[in-house]
Design a protein. Sequence first.
Length: 495
Amino acid sequence: MDQLIHAEAPSAHRSRCRSHIPSRVVYLMPGRLKHESHPSSFPMPPCYGGDRATGGHMGHLGHLKAEYRDLADRLNAGSVGFPEPESDASRHGWQEILEILYTPQEAALAARLPVLPSSLRAIATRIGLTEDELKPRLDRMADKGIVMDLVHPKTGKTKYFLSPPVVGFFEFSMMRAQDSIPKKRMAEALDAYTHGDPAFANEVFGGDTVIGKTMVHENALSDEDLPDVLDWERATSVIEEAQSFAVSYCYCRHKAEHLGKRCDAPMDVCLSVNAGAAFVVHREFGREIERSEAMDILIQSRESGLVQIADNVQQKPTYICNCCGCCCGQLQAINEFDLPAVNPSGFEATVNLDDCNGCSRCARACPVGAIEMRPAPVVGSRKNDLRASIDTDRCIGCGVCVQACGTRHAMTMERRPIQPTVPRTGMEKILRMSIERGKLPDLLFDQGAGRGSRFLNQALHGLTALGPIERAIASEQVKSRFVRFALRNVSDPTG
């Protein structure tokens, strides 16, 4: 019998675009997990490709070419997901993405790759190939961005994993000006898939934990607020603390260019840092730059009125995007599907009505439509004078409106009364996303988790950052007595 677990509603800072979601979220967990038969040489995880909280089997897969079926299922089992859309046009784009990026042979191999970094030896053993046979195949796929290889900065050891859709092969497919990928066809496929149907947006952005977080423009803050801003809240601190840097084409604006929709915002502003920069440079998705140029790009992007969106983690972020509301996929998910696609910064915009002159520059500059011009009673003004009105639930706290303000002082940024939750590490982010989307079993068992597994130990350690409700949900998802025992014995960090 299926079991229901009730969780409290998201905190206020995540409710800005959730008018269509009930005040209490109900997580439906299957009462039992089962193994499905599969011709591969390694054991498949429970629930692999089966029914889960975010949906069941992809019903239309019979129309997809046989060699891509396992790959589509594999990608959809990840924490980000790659769901099949309902509409024919969007589904055509979904299928086109797979067939453009993967040869049939690559699709068959990709369907058996791990979703988290693993050694060449471990993958070769799992798949049943020699390391010499496997490595050139993985390298060719990494050159296309459909596999990622990360080199440990100290040991020099390389680990490989299947690239997710985002942040992953969507971006890599459009980061180069020229390569073997047909750019216009790819842009049309991506546009059809991500905008013609809400399936992908709901999967990626529908949970409390999302991929990116807003970095407030530091020049929009008052001198009194600046000393209290944490390092991980500052884009400049990310650059100051990083060890390597790269810049690439903005995936979103490059895609828009091939669709004839690009705005005039700068293109070469997509920043990768640390491990992200190492991969981007090694696989030639961007060029290596110095710290000073990375800082200049931040400043240029702020002056251009762009939103700075970074990896939604406190420690070791891998990228900073400089985004416009018209092209950026994350911001479009807010505007088009009314989803909380970006974790807001710890600040929100506020307006001094006495100083506002009604010029509406802030409303035009806001990338998510959080500012409207409304009649407001102001001493000495005419009855029909308009003043800025801010929807703080929708505001992502970017600070773009402060720079746009016609008076230069009517708009300010203030600390939110409820601060957003930002995962400490990439592992915690993946765990949170997997739990919220009902995919924790796929994550744990895909990595060969078992009693004494190093990965499982890391995962359970990451769960210490989660609250008791999330841990209860995780326990119900993973029908393993050992995992449930470990989860019950994870200490509550708030207690």
